[in-house]
Write a protein that binds this ligand. Structure first.
Ligand code: AHR
Length: 520
């Protein structure tokens, strides 16, 4: 369980230098100027920035996506209403089976006849795991949602053999005892799962099989070699630091030095919250996210420079969300981590996505944690579901925000928090697609005031109507529930735009996406 403190004074100095892209002067003006040059690209936005995560935890899988015997489920046990909401969310990559759960999971428990699978004590979250949802069920679910599969191996209590044979079972087309077992279990062809995690949060003392960076690096390297010799095409993801204590940069460096020749991604996690009920401090948490990305990019560059040139290593921010209410020490058992979200959480989620887009050159995977019920954008009962507030910004980004991320010049009003001197009220990212579509993502963090954004194109012209999507609600604490949807996406009247300037008045506490075409 990561202890991701939100504000660290020792980090503030570093962060002060961080917003090179989104610069802002402290000013009381209620208007921001945003200059856009479509040639100034940060990088391609990987669709995998809009991923998600399912863990054997609480009601995420069992009684979440998988609810055998419920009249809302299909013959395979998948909840049809959940599946529909997952498909509308356009989940691009799905990580499984954990999380902390993965560190004591033996994949062989989850194959074969469902009724004969062993029930085991589950140590991470204090339940009994019935193993009725395993590798075949996960990959069956993947085929229904059109996402890419990402399997996190057990490098806690697990062995090199277990990790290697899992890749063999899932990806090999050779005739071996392991692939015969797969065929016997009803799957002739390999699935060819491309993404494999080398353990989860291995720096955390809460993790089963927790190790030092050096021990983890050495252990993971041997697993990585065997996994790659089984399938040379798989992409491996190393467990980066999840603690963000004074040792986090050193952990990442040591791990990358061991694994630099085998991994394609370094995994990072971040959970944030508003324990002190400090709205503006909470909204500023993504300043720290941006700083952590920049520092990690530096560590990656440093370790890559320590040997012969090789392909790049990217960041997989493969767990992120707001999570602070449902995380007491007693969070063990079946109905746990059932966080309920409000509008201010949805705004923070939009800022997370802005931050990933603004670092699209280095962050190539991002998984909101998790998909259903457990710190999740959708929430079920036996009889139905509702969409939480945080569903809506993620859905908008996943649906519309593709192409190249653009580097923006932003000069607008800022505010001061306990930690940061100048946090922009308008948090912005932009994407430009080869078909001439521009997407502008704007979070107005101001609680009480609408603010103007004046967008100036340096090299193109606005060409016609811009669609306007707004996520907002009556107040920052507004929540959805089974019988009320007060925070959601509204499509407003389009705005007519021509020439080089577009001005829009962004309502207080809102996320707005503007989408339209540019011409030469
Ligand atoms: O997502 C909940 C938990 O948070 C995951 O199991 C773990 O990786 C992290 O501590």
């Amino acid at each position: 369980m990561p202890n991701n403190h939100l504000s660290r004074r020792h980090f503030a100095a570093l962060v002060a230098a961080a917003p090179a892209i989104l610069s802002g002067k402290q000013t009381s003006s209620d208007s921001a100027t945003i200059k856009i040059d479509t040639d100034r690209k940060i990088g391609e936005i990987d669709p995998k920035l809009y991923g998600n995560f399912i863990e054997h935890l609480g009601r995420c899988i069992t009684n979440g996506i998988f609810d055998e015997g419920n009249s809302l489920s299909d013959s395979s046990g998948f909840r049809k209403d959940v599946l529909k909401a997952v498909n509308t969310l356009h989940v691009s990559i799905l990580r499984w089976p954990g999380g902390n759960f993965s560190s004591n999971y033996n994949w062989r428990d989850g194959i074969g006849s469902r009724d004969e699978r062993p029930r085991r004590l589950e140590m991470a979250w204090g339940t009994v795991e019935d193993n009725r949802f395993g590798t075949h069920e996960f990959l069956d679910y993947i085929s229904r949602i059109g996402a890419e599969p990402y399997i996190c191996t057990n490098l806690g209590t697990g062995s090199w053999d277990e990790a290697q044979q899992w890749v063999e079972y899932v990806n090999s087309d050779q005739d071996t005892a392991t692939t015969r077992l797969r065929r016997k279990n009803g799957r002739e062809k390999p699935w060819k799962v491309p993404y494999w995690g080398l353990g989860n949060e291995m720096d955390g003392p809460w993790q089963m099989g927790h190790r030092s960076a050096d021990d983890y690096g050495k252990f993971a390297l041997e697993a990585a070699k065997l996994m790659h010799w089984t399938d040379k095409d798989i992409k491996l993801i190393a467990a980066g630091s999840s603690l963000f204590d004074t040792n986090w940069i050193a952990w990442n460096r040591t791990v990358l030095i061991h694994l630099r020749n085998h991994v394609d991604y370094l995994s990072l996690h971040m959970y944030v919250g508003n324990k002190d009920n400090d709205y503006y401090g909470f909204q500023a948490c993504t300043v720290e996210l941006a700083a952590r990305i920049k520092v990690t990019e530096g560590t990656i560059r440093e370790t890559l420079a320590l040997g012969p040139p090789r392909k790049p290593i990217y960041i997989a921010w493969d767990e992120w969300n707001v999570w602070y209410r449902a995380r007491g020490d007693g969070e063990r058992g079946r109905r746990i981590l059932e966080e309920r979200y409000n509008l201010e959480d949805a705004l923070v989620v939009s800022s997370f996505l802005n931050t990933f887009v603004n670092h699209a050159h280095i962050v190539k995977i991002a998984n909101m944690a998790q998909l259903v019920n457990v710190i999740a954008p959708m929430f079920t009962s036996d009889k139905g579901l509702f969409l939480q507030t945080i569903y809506y910004p993620l859905q908008l980004f996943a649906t519309h925000c593709h192409g190249s991320a653009l580097e923006l010049y932003v000069d607008g009003p800022t505010y001061k928090t306990k930690t940061y001197e100048a946090v922009p009220y308008l948090d912005i990212s932009a994407a430009y697609n080869t078909d001439g579509t521009l997407v502008l993502n704007v979070t107005n963090r101001h609680r009480d005031q609408a603010l103007d954004g004046v967008f100036q194109l340096e090299d193109k012209k606005f060409a016609g109507d811009f669609e306007v999507y707004e996520v907002n609600g009556p107040d920052i604490k507004a929540e959805n529930d089974f019988d009320k949807t007060v925070v959601q996406t509204k499509q407003n009247a389009s705005v007519k735009a021509s020439g080089a300037t577009l001005k829009y008045n962004f309502p207080a506490h809102s996320f707005t996406m503007l989408k339209g075409k540019l011409s030469a």
